[in-house]
Design a protein around this ligand. Structure first.
Ligand SMILES: Nc1nc2c(ncn2[C@@H]2O[C@H](COP(=O)(O)OP(=O)(O)OP(=O)(O)O)[C@@H](O)[C@H]2O)c(=O)[nH]1
Ligand SMILES: [Mg+2]
Length: 446
């Protein structure tokens, strides 16, 4: 575990080192590229705020603080594990809080992944019903904790009364805004979707349409109540936090029995069955909701090695797809397809560097050409724009040399997905090609 964590730091530094080299690489591109285009590329890539923040975040991040509110058994602890992709014992060697709330740190080995303020909600607290000041105390605790985001958890299969929790959250949000001069981001999570009928379908990829429809109905139902009560939320999403765990020697273990295992076993639990549904989407929503950059980055880092690498790679991909879209809209003196190819080679190289490999821009370009089934061997960047356009046309038939923003973003995103599958997941070039095709179709369908 320790070794893995060390490696991830190295891999991220590797990516950052490549990013720092980008300016030099652009300068070294062949003369066929006009100076103006070169400057534009530098401007777009190195001037991109999100990309800069991602690179800076590698050295500056802190665990995000999450305020979780939801009834006993709704799956608050399970959600944290699902988000982290690791069993993070909700240990309660915590700072003391009011009786209905506790603060704890989620750890993976000695790394703190997240800080959680956990409360079972106002409806379940007897003392709060009889003593109004207890509610104020809890609000004070929330303010002291100063969460980056609040998550209200609801159950997909029991339509519990949520009015009191919604009312409470309204008060919390108001007080938070007054204290911090900031809006408290609120995300509603409807958990245990896998239990929605037909409940025998536990693998998200196999959820039948009628199950998905029913899940969406519940989301709309809760949304209606929340809107009616006047609580402003950032987003609402249905998820499943279902994970079955096993020890490294393959022994599957009941969640209830995990706390009885030796610490070493708990720290090294593996996923035996992954029933997580929409958790990546939830992470994206949380990332968007959290305003503090260091906490945003902390959220991306709040998981095990393989997941962190994936998150970073996906984030790179979305930045570069966006970049490609804006570049396609910018009038430039050479074929924009050539410029897109350069952007994509940088993306592929960055993804490769995240996998621990150092590849040249030419190798990255070969990878891109191979997606179109073209052996571009021998061709270096000295190719003139038109020639490149001819090759790229085989990858995006009909793209011509004037590429629309949409096509540019789609192409880059599909290339990024293929690179993730090849370099990070270690899949074959054929599997990567399939990802590329899927990626292209995904967006074309929209
Ligand atoms: N099928 C299914 N079971 C879940 C899911 N999320 C949680 N569970 C199960 O629900 C039970 C309660 O989950 P917890 O995560 O302990 O719930 P909690 O909200 O933290 O409960 P308290 O700490 O008591 O407030 C456990 O048996 C979990 O395994 C889910 O998405 N699907
Ligand atoms: Mg819990």
């Amino acid at each position: 575990m320790k070794d893995e964590n060390m490696k991830i730091e190295e891999r991220m530094q590797n990516m950052k080192a490549f990013y720092n080299k980008a300016e030099k690489l652009i300068d070294e591109l062949p003369d066929a590229i006009p100076e103006k285009t070169r400057e534009m590329l530098k401007d777009k890539i190195l001037g991109d705020k999100e990309l800069k923040q991602l690179m800076e975040g590698i050295d500056n991040h802190r665990p995000p603080r999450i305020f979780l509110i939801g009834r006993t058994g709704v799956g608050k602890s399970s959600l944290i594990n699902a988000l982290c992709g690791a069993y993070t014992a909700g240990v309660s060697d915590t700072k003391s809080c009011t009786e209905s709330a506790q603060i704890y740190e989620c750890k993976d080995g000695d790394r703190t992944l997240m800080e959680i303020l956990d409360t079972r909600g106002i409806a379940e607290s007897d003392s709060l019903n009889t003593d109004v000041s207890a509610e104020d105390m809890l609000i004070e605790e929330v303010n002291k904790f100063s969460p980056d985001v609040a998550i209200l958890m609801l159950n997909c299969t029991h339509r519990d009364d949520v009015n009191s929790d919604v009312e409470f959250l309204k008060k919390v949000a108001k007080s938070y805004a007054e204290t911090n001069n900031l809006r408290l981001p609120i995300v509603v999570v409807v958990n245990k979707c896998d239990e929605m009928a037909p409940s025998r379908f536990k693998k998200p990829a196999e959820y039948p349409q009628n199950k998905i429809d029913k899940i969406n109905e519940v989301v709309q139902y809760y949304k209606g109540i929340i809107v009616k009560n006047g609580l402003k939320i950032d987003n609402i999403i249905a998820v499943s936090s279902l994970i079955d765990w096993q020890t490294p020697d393959g022994m599957e273990i009941d969640v209830e029995d995990i706390p009885n295992l030796p610490v070493h076993d708990i720290n090294n639990l593996e996923i035996a069955f992954d029933g997580r549904y929409n958790i990546e989407e939830l992470l994206d929503i949380l990332e968007e909701a959290i305003q503090d950059f260091e906490a945003q980055m902390g959220l991306r880092m709040a998981s095990r090695l393989t997941e962190v690498v994936h998150r970073l790679a996906r984030h790179l991909n979305s930045i570069f797809s966006g970049l490609s879209g804006t570049v396609a809209l910018t009038p430039i003196p050479v074929s924009d397809i050539y410029v897109l190819l350069i952007i994509q080679t940088l993306l592929v190289s960055l993804i490769a560097s995240l996998s621990g490999r150092d590849i040249s821009l030419d190798t990255a370009k070969e990878f891109i050409f191979s997606m179109g089934g073209i052996a571009g061997a021998g061709y270096v960047f000295r190719l003139v724009a038109q020639q490149v356009a001819k090759f790229i046309n085989a990858i995006w038939p009909g793209a011509g040399s004037a590429v629309s923003a949409g096509v540019a973003a789609v192409g880059t995103s599909a290339i990024g997905k293929a690179a993730i599958s090849y370099y990070i997941d270690g899949e074959t070039i054929e599997a990567a090609k399939k990802k590329f095709e899927e990626g292209r179709q995904e967006k074309e369908a929209k």
